[in-house]
Design a protein around this ligand. Sequence first.
Ligand code: HZT
Ligand code: MN
Ligand code: MN
Length: 445
Amino acid sequence: MTPVAVPTLEDLSIAEKEKKPDVVENEEEDGEDDDDVEGDETPGAGDAKKKKKKKKSKKKKSAALTQSEPPRVGLSKIFKNGVYPAGQEVEYKNDTTSRITSAEMREKERLAQDDPSTRYQNIRKAGEVHRQVRAYAQKNIKPGMKMVDIADMIENGTRALVEENGFDSGIGFPTGLSVNEVAAHYTPNPGDTKVLNNGDVMKVDFGVHVNGRIVDSAFTLNFGDPAWDKLLEAVKDATNTGISEAGIDVRLCDVGEAIQEVMESYEVEVNGKTYPVKSISNLNGHSIAPYSIHGGVGEKPGKSVPIVKQHGSSIDTQKMEEGEYFAIETFGSTGKGRVDEQGACSHYALSQHAPERYTGHHQSAKTLLASIRRNFGSLPFCRRYLEHVGEKNYLLALNTLVKENIVLDYPPLVDPQPGAMTAQFEHTILLRPTCKEVVSRGDDY
Ligand code: HZT
Ligand code: MN
Ligand code: MN
């Protein structure tokens, strides 16, 4: 593992420049396998062990404190004071009450920060994991790789950096690696031999959570005709428009209308054919709640963030509210501009109506349901994750739970027009009392 520089955070924080997190330098490579650290407060780092390590290398000061390649250094070892970098902090549009300076809003935010259940450190750590893992992915994903190896690259990095620990921290949802006309919700199933090819346009959509606070962010890689870059640019612009429009008391329909306007102002010319870029009308962003990727809590459904103008639905009365988290994601297509469910399913999640215990007639379904509850709770999972926790021959039981509406299936979402190309960009934002924080913003997108 080779140490590399941690990405600079200069541009990310407006208000928190003064309390920039400590990023300690990596010790020099001395050939010793020693990750102990002076002042290490890791529970279980016992005195005996410490002394032994101190003897072995008496002058050892700070251990590591930059990220390795591949990324395997847990972030608590890089940000030793437990303070993670804030995302991009943006002033609200039309902020006539000047929330950023309002004493009332600053006090409200101070209280929110001090409340352990709402501490922003959780979402910020998840955001920093996302940035570091994707930086490695963007450098190393190449045509010819197996999709499973790409997924492993991202998931192994996420597990290590977030310091995966039961329900306290881990993967937020399956790694989406959707190619070309597939817009979302493809990840390889066990045994899938699919390879990333030259010519492919791949959406990389992965999630990280810390104490249930999920960062959901995605980007698109173009290994095809450089002319597709215009499609990527359209979608990036549309997503940034959604982020810019988002705010407290903003109507969700207005966000959708602004996104579509920008998205559909683009066209792409590839091989002498001109395609108008369309917003994929039946895909949307969504609110996010603790351990709930679609933002639903109990009987209360989450909120959708449309990416096209809505026609006379009830969505036009819904507004964004202070304290809410949203995934702002947009999808552009050169095809029909809508998606169908198509192909083998990989993504699943426990239904919110799932019974506490299985009362049906299939013994294998009963034990699989117990395993899903224990390992994933309400977080989405994929078949590979079932194998990761040791499940074998689970497919019949899984299909039974889907048929009985105990587990929901999320099949791949595909633009049905032959040759359609799709792209996606997504960020997670937090509507703080004083400002909007784009927690997944990086120097890449
Ligand atoms: C569902 C299942 C998963 C949430 C959006 C999404 C990836 O399309 C309300 C609005 C993972 C995520 C989801 F395994 N979906 N974001 N990133 N997928 S969604 C949705 O089902 S629910 C959109
Ligand atoms: Mn996503
Ligand atoms: Mn999402």
